[in-house]
Design a binder for this molecule. Structure first.
Ligand code: PLP
Length: 395
């Protein structure tokens, strides 16, 4: 008996080759052409001399960093921003040779040495790191391109803005270092166009200008940059030599009042299959805790996606899925691997059908912003929440 079971199993070779259909359960579709078109539209929005840096941290906001990086290059981006050393190395291993800025903080000598070896630009916030870089470059005999970050009001990374000019000068005195850029980050750029957000963004801009004006004339090749997506869409005075764009590259505007300034096409769709259709009477409790009880004889569709895929449980009973251009309400608690739709008014839905949880179907589009508003979150977090259990299909 034992032997028989063993004989029926796939061979090692078959196991190695086995791949389930990526559309078997739930998946993400990523449109590389949407990312390319967004990069192109953003680039058109900039002065010709202003460069576009594609921010591809967190695996390209969940879209796949390599896919996004290559598509954004085709659309006119000329450099990349990542958060971690490993993200930078992954881009190099994918064959990308463009400038890469590590936006996060690296302070350990071995991390900075890896930056030098992989030709990634670290972000410096102090003289201590600058001297470490100088020593590393000295002993390796190659110049080290770095960028200096100035804190103009985000109160996160960077040196105090009052010290910015002095530090920039000091770094330029270090013969092995090339100061490739000097930058800062906006804290309120997605806020309203008047009031506190406008006032504070202006203050950050003035502080930044104060430092970049004082840069000596020989440093014209130092790139000055301040704007994220919101800054880029909000005000061309924030553009300087380069803009660092994440969210908008993926096709989403950071806030409602910045909608429509550049035409953007969402690049991601989240899809899943209906695994089972259930016809149930009125008065039946659905899913954990019976948070939903049918009020009429109902046709329920069980869909194979859940919070372990990135559909947050706090969206339970608040979202819809799309099929055939129709909105179907999600009912009951979202569970780890599954959720339920009320398809009572949508008799054509059958098991095996594909529904869209995020993205477009017919007239309707479900956006990360709509989920974010329901979940007390932001579109950035919604995009980053999709787990790697979901295959990413580039279309
Ligand atoms: C993530 C990040 C960006 C991109 O922000 P978006 O709002 O997604 O455009 C730009 N600059 C820095 C320093 C960042 O960390």
């Amino acid at each position: 008996m034992r032997d028989q079971i063993a004989d029926d199993r796939p061979s090692n070779r078959e196991i190695h080759l086995a791949k389930t259909n990526p559309r078997q359960r739930a998946w993400l579709e990523v449109s590389a052409s949407a990312i390319e078109a967004n990069a192109r539209a953003l680039k058109r929005h900039l002065a010709p001399s202003c460069e576009l840096m594609a921010v591809v941290k967190a695996d390209g906001y969940g879209h796949g960093a390599e896919t996004v990086a290559k598509a954004s290059l085709r659309g006119g981006a000329t450099s990349f921003g990542v958060a971690t050393l490993q993200e930078g190395i992954d881009l190099r291993n994918a064959g990308l040779n463009e400038p890469v800025l590590v936006l996060g903080h690296l302070s350990q000598p071995e991390d900075l040495r890896a930056c030098l070896q992989w030709q990634l630009m670290p972000t410096l916030s102090s003289m201590r790191e600058a001297l470490l870089c100088q020593n590393l470059a000295d002993s390796s005999g190659r110049p080290f391109a770095v960028q200096l970050k100035i804190d103009t009001g985000m109160t996160r990374l960077g040196c105090d803005w009052q010290d910015g000019s002095r530090l920039a000068d000091a770094i330029q005195q270090l013969d092995q270092l090339t100061l490739n850029g000097i930058y800062s980050h906006l804290a309120l750029a997605d806020g309203e166009r008047d009031g506190e957000a406008a006032r504070f963004t202006k203050l950050q801009e003035e502080r930044f200008n104060c430092i970049t004006r004082e840069l000596n004339n020989s440093s014209t090749k130092v790139k000055r940059h301040l704007a994220n997506s919101a800054g880029t869409l909000r005000d061309s005075n924030l553009h300087h030599d380069l803009v660092r764009v994440g969210l908008a590259l993926y096709g989403h505007s950071p806030s409602q009042h910045l909608d429509g300034i550049v035409e953007l096409e969402p690049a991601i769709s989240v899809k899943a299959r209906v695994s089972l259709i259930r016809d149930v009477p009125s008065g039946i409790g659905v899913s954990y805790g019976h948070r939903f009880v049918t009020q009429r004889p109902s046709r329920l569709a069980v869909v194979s996606i859940g919070y372990a895929d990135g559909v947050s449980r706090c969206l339970s009973g608040r979202i819809h899925a799309l099929h055939d251009g129709h909105l179907l309400p999600q009912v009951g608690a979202i569970t780890m691997d599954q959720l339920t739709l009320d398809a009572t008014e949508h008799r054509t839905l059958e098991s095996g059908d594909v529904v869209t949880l995020l993205g477009r179907d017919g007239e309707h589009t479900i956006s990360p912003r709509s989920w974010a508003e329901l979940a007390n979150s932001i579109p950035w977090e919604v995009l980053c929440s999709f787990k790697h259990r979901l295959p990413r299909l580039v279309i």
